[in-house]
Ligand binder design. Structure first.
Ligand code: DX5
Ligand code: ZN
Length: 220
């Protein structure tokens, strides 16, 4: 039985880094299901955020699952350290792994953590199709990775529909996540396309009522 319950994963990229522990506690208190942790190396993407020490420290502040989205080159070099730091889901980019993709996904599994595969907005499904049934999560980027607060790219939605079909046909319990530009206006169409995990940075952190926004994203 595939669990398609809607989960909301606020991205702490939009949080106040000087009080990150408090931010994460606040997200948990306000109904977040997952904490999305955007790791950027300044090479794979044109921005630098934080690394495994952030995962280690926020691990102490919450019992929610930590979803480490690795926007880094050669991610296989760091998988074990993110696992040790306390990530529950480790997600790597097809575009960063090349022919090492399968090996990297297997490495994530060998750590006992959930393994996630992410594709950029302009990457088709075909090159990753055969690997989807072996993942715990597939993440479709709906902005080009690098920063929060960008505009949602609607042309990724047919790809979401296609991946939902692959997941359903596999019969496996695989989450389908979307990341970038999610807001109260597009949440409904995104969910109708087959997504069950919505990442939201700017939408949650710019809201005066975080609880209300998280609930509205889930129920809209
Ligand atoms: C983009 C990151 C996203 C982003 C989400 O590189 O992977 O997680 O920060 O932020 P919003 O929801 O503001 O687009
Ligand atoms: Zn992300």
């Amino acid at each position: 039985m595939i669990d398609k319950r809607i989960k909301i994963a606020p991205s702490i990229l939009s949080a106040d880094f000087s009080v990150m522990g408090e931010e994460v506690k606040d997200l948990e208190k306000n109904g977040a299901d997952i904490i999305h942790v955007d790791v950027m190396d300044g090479v794979f993407v044109n921005n630098i955020s934080f690394g495994m020490k952030m995962v280690k420290d926020i691990r102490k502040a919450t019992s929610l699952p930590l979803d480490a989205h690795l926007m880094i080159i050669e991610p296989w070099k760091y998988v074990e350290r993110f696992a040790e730091a306390g990530a529950d889901i480790i997600t790597v980019h097809y575009e960063a792994c090349g022919e090492k993709l399968q090996e990297t996904l297997e490495l994530i599994k060998s750590t006992g953590k959930k393994c996630g595969l992410v594709i950029n907005p302009d990457t088709p499904v075909d090159p990753v199709r055969s690997l989807i049934p072996a993942c715990d999560m597939v993440l479709v980027m709906s902005v080009f990775p690098g920063m929060g607060g960008q505009k949602f790219i609607p042309y990724v939605l047919p790809k979401v529909v296609e991946i939902r079909k692959i997941i359903d046909e596999s019969g496996k319990n695989i989450d389908l996540e979307i990341d970038g530009g999610v807001n109260l206006q597009n949440a409904s169409i995104i969910k109708q396309s087959g997504v069950n995990v919505l990442v939201a940075g700017n939408t949650v952190f710019s809201a005066a009522d975080r609880r209300g926004v998280i609930k509205a994203l889930r129920e809209s």
